[in-house]
Design a protein around this ligand. Structure first.
Ligand SMILES: [Mg+2]
Length: 379
């Protein structure tokens, strides 16, 4: 099942939408709801979802994307739990994808798995080389991860320290797997120019890099780097933000597919089906509830030679489930998860009433960008 996400539509007040003062409805949704007494229907739909939603805030072990916590709403439905936790700088349009994913998890469920184990990578945020050394050793000895992703291109970090961090990861992997089968992947988050990317990859190639994720932002730069063949190239922002799904093999060797940013598990699988390169399913630093949706998506894809980017549970200092989804022998088993009552209450009490109000309003605004096929799932 796959639905196209509605394009951003300007709100047009008037007509049957006039009563919808709580929800800034997109025109398309207004039209869909017009025959159902639009204003009140829209408000009650939002209220019905909010009645099934619990606000939460969990802490991270270190800063990730310059944040030290994750917050949002967990939504409970007949199919399970969904997580709505878009990042702070997103607009309602992008939030709509995340809400679609959360509603799919809660009210529809995920596609059937084709395997019961998913190989995953560990992830190294930008920390000191010493901290990275400890974390990398833990990733291989405690969690059994044979693949480690290292965040790079931090403007506040020197090239020397970046190199030291990657060297520490390579050393930890080679100690555990002396045959050199441990894999390092880099993620630059589009932080390099083409010139810088060429210089850095020329130097970092010594560490035997599996691929570099989104080294540059533009298609032209990615294509040039891809032709260089210094290091295999993966694209993330190109897929997640640009939604550029065609002829990806001209600019990259691998595509990162993220479930919540693409609107849910079915949407992510449909994107994976359209892409002409191998796919790696990655999370978006969610709690174990959101992570479970990404894991189910990865488990619905056949085995490939690439581990998936789902080892982020290790970075959760607090979580809503017991236990947290962390790798064992480098793998995760796809399972349905439900929050632990005590942990969820703790996570909810970590938010101020103002923050809770913010998330409730944010969900309501995002509803205008959720496809009707998903809205119809809500009883
Ligand atoms: Mg990325």
């Amino acid at each position: 099942m796959f639905w196209e996400h509605p394009q951003r539509l300007e709100f047009e007040a008037g007509g049957s939408c006039e009563g919808a003062d709580v929800v800034p409805l997109g025109k398309g949704i207004c039209e869909q709801l017009a025959h159902r007494n639009a204003g009140t229907v829209a408000v009650t739909l939002s209220q019905r979802i909010l009645a099934a939603a619990t606000p939460f805030r969990v802490s991270l072990t270190s800063t990730f994307r310059a944040i030290d916590h994750r917050a949002g709403l967990l939504i409970q439905g007949p199919a399970g739990w969904g997580e709505f936790s878009p990042f702070a700088d997103y607009d309602p349009d992008r939030d709509g994808y995340w809400l679609s994913a959360a509603l799919e998890s809660a009210f529809l469920g995920w596609p059937q798995p084709v395997r019961d184990r998913v190989g995953v990578n560990a992830i190294m945020p930008v920390r000191s080389p010493e901290q990275t050394q400890i974390a990398a050793q833990e990733a291989v000895t405690r969690y059994g991860c044979r693949t480690i992703k290292v965040k790079v291109a931090d403007p506040n970090e020197s090239q020397q320290r970046e190199c030291q961090r990657i060297a520490a990861v390579r050393a930890a992997l080679d100690q555990a797997w002396p045959d050199g089968s441990g894999r390092i992947r880099l993620d630059a988050n589009a932080g390099w120019s083409l010139t810088t990317a060429r210089e850095r990859l020329d130097q970092l190639g010594q560490f035997d890099i599996e691929y570099v994720e989104q080294p540059c932002r533009t298609r032209a730069d990615l294509a040039a780097l891809h032709r260089d063949k210094l290091v295999p190239v993966a694209v993330d922002e190109t897929i997640r933000i640009d939604r550029a799904f065609t002829a990806v093999s001209e600019i990259a060797d691998v595509a990162i597919v993220k479930v919540a940013p693409l609107g849910g598990s079915s949407a992510a699988l449909a994107v994976a089906d359209r892409l002409d390169v191998p796919v790696v399913i990655s999370g978006a630093m969610e709690t174990s509830v959101g992570l479970a949706a990404s894991l189910a998506t990865a488990a619905a894809l056949p085995q490939s030679r690439f581990d998936h980017g789902l080892g982020t549970g290790v970075l959760l200092a607090t979580d809503v489930t017991q236990p947290t989804l962390v790798p064992s022998d480098g793998e995760l088993r796809p399972i349905a998860v439900a929050p632990d009552r005590g942990l969820l209450a703790e996570a909810e009490s970590s938010l101020s009433s103002r923050e809770i109000d913010h998330w409730r309003k944010r969900l309501t605004a995002a509803l205008a960008y959720v496809p009707s096929q998903i809205l119809e799932l809500v009883p």
